[in-house]
Design a protein around this ligand. Sequence first.
Ligand SMILES: [Zn+2]
Length: 179
Amino acid sequence: MVDKLKYFDVPFAGLSLGNHTYKYTIDQSFFTYFNQQMPQCKFEVSVVLNKQPQILNISFNTVGEMQAICGRCTDEFIMPIVAQNQLLIKFGLQAAEEDVDVMVIPNTETHINLAQYIYEYVMVAIPMHQVHPTDNAGRSQCNQTFLKQIEKRKDESAQLKQQTSDPRWDILKQLNNNN
Ligand SMILES: [Zn+2]
């Protein structure tokens, strides 16, 4: 593993039972360790690890924002991203993934590295369709001038299409030509 990601190691074996909190701040450089190019972004990840005798219950609370390009008006905007995830770690003879959020790790392990989980949770939280959010009054924060221009252009090209494909125009043109 990349040395930089060692920062996300949690030495659970030495922990007392109960809750332990960890806070991480990540930006676009974090994602390069996973060969993922990200626009400018920043996330605060708050992790609470609840240690029980045979189980680790880990909750991730991620709040952040990233630069995005609006799919509606093409303006750049800052997209807020929040994610809440729960991970259950059990102990067994060998590592296994029991479920999406239930992992088994070997009894002999003393550390768990959270980087991969944080990476996956953020990636899943990024919406496929990226558009300006609405404000408190429910209005879209899209660039309205740009949207109006697009609408106008659509109207114009629709009119033009109508004109050129209108058979009456062809008849008129023919009449003119004959004169
Ligand atoms: Zn927009």
